[in-house]
Design a protein around this ligand. Sequence first.
Ligand SMILES: [Zn+2]
Length: 342
Amino acid sequence: MPRLLKRIALLLFAFVAVAAAAIYVLYFRRAALPRAAPHARAVPVILTIPGLSACWVETAKTFSRFSFGLTAGSILVKHPAGDLLIDTGSSSQYDREISGFPFATWLKLKSLAGQLKPKVPLPDLLRRIGEDPAKLRWAILSHVHLDHAGGLMDLPRLPVLLTREELQFAANPSVRAGGYVIAAHTQEFPPMAAPTLRFDPTPYETFDESTDLYGDGSVVVVPLRGHTPGSVGIFLNLSPTLRLFYVGDAADDERGFEERVGKSLILRDSDNDMALANQIVGKLSELHEKVPELTIVPAHGRSAYKKFFPSGPLSCVSGPIAASKRETRSSEAGPRNRGRAD
Ligand SMILES: [Zn+2]
């Protein structure tokens, strides 16, 4: 009996060691990157817009007890001129959507992005924070991968902001065959001949092109081509001091731009152009040095969300003018919503 126990213990130890080594190689091992070529900064003028706020709508999380916890879902921007969803997480039908792929593709989708399929459908979470999904004005996707676009399937139909490059990428048969884009999701996108997002040659921060969605400087979109050809980053300016830059899958987590290291093997696997994708990390690192007060939020980097949304998922943040309103809202929501950052 003791011998059997010893064997089981040994096997268990070997299993844990192999799993730890795999996680290290897939996620934690990153290569140092060269410094990006210095780029002039176009400093934006930021107004505080009454009634503007942002809410963290997390549909899934994993390893959330650890600093490297992963997340997926959406950021809701409440704007007096109509509300915007930034990314949508995976569809609640994720397992069914991936069931038709060949085994190797299915296994990859199941074991990687599949860990972040929604526990509660996105519209239900939106209702919990007082948002009527039918009244959303727009959704913008950082890119069209299934774990960012899938939530559209659960929402009432709404205009989706995408560039021509990204629509072309989504229509590419080899991209679809690889399981990166689900054909049904693209039915929710605008037609390729009528893209809904384009950039002006207006410099913004360290980017040469930008587009100001509401025309008031509150939400400004810039290209982040690399992870996909039409990946975008979204600046959200709640006040001159409360600013978020959502970068989709341009970086794994804060380590990328804080320590200037390349992307993890897991994320690199889905990079359309790995060299360009790593250049973008270098660019984010330069921006982080120049504007340290800006909270850069990678789509799956849970610790970055917690910095901007200290009360955790399903909480909202707003600029100083609307602060009293925010207090009322969080006390209405009760103690569950306060100081919760699990
Ligand atoms: Zn992703």
